[in-house]
Design a protein around this ligand. Sequence first.
Ligand SMILES: Cc1cc2nc3c(=O)[nH]c(=O)nc-3n(C[C@H](O)[C@H](O)[C@H](O)COP(=O)(O)OP(=O)(O)OC[C@H]3O[C@@H](n4cnc5c(N)ncnc54)[C@H](O)[C@@H]3O)c2cc1C
Length: 434
Amino acid sequence: MTTRLKKILIIGGGAGGLELATSLGRKLGRYKRANITLVDQNHSHLWKPLLHEVATGVLDEGIEALSYMAHAHNHAFQFQLGCMSKIDRENKLVFLDEIRDDHGVILVPHRWLEYDILVMAIGSVSNDFGTLGVKEHCIFLDNLRQAQRFHNKMLNLFLKFSAPGNLEEKVNIAIIGGGATGVELSAELHNAVQQLHRYGFTRLDHQALSLTLVEAGDRILPALHPRISVAAHQELSKLGVRILTKTMVIRVDVEGLYTKDGEYIQAELMVWAAGIKVSDLTRDLADLETNRINQLVVGSTLQTTRDPNIFAIGDCAAYKLPNGGTVPPRAQAAHQMASYVYGNILALLRKQTLKSFRYKDHGSLVSLSRFSTFGSLMGNLIRGSMIIEGHIARTVYIALYRMHQIALHGYIKTGLMIIVGRINRVIRPHLKLH
Ligand SMILES: Cc1cc2nc3c(=O)[nH]c(=O)nc-3n(C[C@H](O)[C@H](O)[C@H](O)COP(=O)(O)OP(=O)(O)OC[C@H]3O[C@@H](n4cnc5c(N)ncnc54)[C@H](O)[C@@H]3O)c2cc1C
């Protein structure tokens, strides 16, 4: 008698989900010990912390993005393009919406996919906290499409500014949210301006860029060590970024934003990067427990509290830390959760005891483009935390992405990718101009 292969379904091929699908594919899919399926609403994967580099053109997504279909084929799992919108827990089914083309014509009808074990890894989106006008007038940096939209708008803005006869003195850009995304994007924008100046946008320079970074808290990078905030604040101020702390944005219109203190900041391009939430989809998802930002509440084994057949990892999971907080929405957390759930799925299939997740904070780094990198390292080796900057910090910052690449491609292919990256830096322009 043949036994039916277990079906493991992973929703979301981001920092956590794609690593998990890859390792399960290698371990189980390749030897026909289970059916692994990954679902994502996009055709290709780009590691989310690189989005601000795509937005400014420092990174070419055409080179860096990874096709899910090809990766699935190489790592013995299946890929289904689609957007999940419902779960039927009783019958263990997941519903994918129909796929339509740009004219609304249905390309793929809606589908139900079966599962024995389901892993939710759908990440997070920007939280506008219901602020008036944000959805209509600000750009979010949640996915590749939005980063590309920012890139096009930025290039158009700079082109208009540099056009012969243009009398405007400044290009006004505002970024709302002084977390890592806002800070890194500010520095990348100054880098982009420098590169474009060299490529022939002669009117465009540091002085011409009027960049305002608005933060509601009393310092930028509020989640990081105060010394890192101070260092980043100084470096951005040196570049000419106007930093407003303790400033709440209450409304946005087509030409700028209003602060609670009564100031109107004019801006032709506005980015909202002030906090995250999980998409509203999870709020009433099959009666699974969620918190105030729609994260799925998980227990110590990363199984959701109301259904042991459903795990949640990464930004969409709320895992309580001993200090009462939850694991922060970071790539390193998604990576660690993917490794734990990999072990726990194997344990489930072998009818062994599942392990409890322990989050290890290895520190945080922010890269101010080629101007500087700051961060803190934490761990047993250094017994506590250590502030680093400059070349060492830059190397550690890049190492986080390398770890993701190694988890997906192994050491040899990642090594080759590093070499190709170095060659591209010599033979290609330093900024994507189209
Ligand atoms: C600009 C930026 C810079 C950042 N920098 C850093 C950094 O320096 N260091 C750091 O640690 N973290 C950083 N982060 C945070 C980090 O990117 C996230 O914590 C991490 O990507 C979370 O991984 P994840 O797997 O939970 O979700 P994601 O990587 O966001 O992946 C979620 C996936 O789910 C898919 N999906 C969503 N909904 C559905 C659906 N309904 N159906 C099908 N598919 C779906 C999406 O298409 C996506 O592929 C940054 C984030 C941003 C936006």
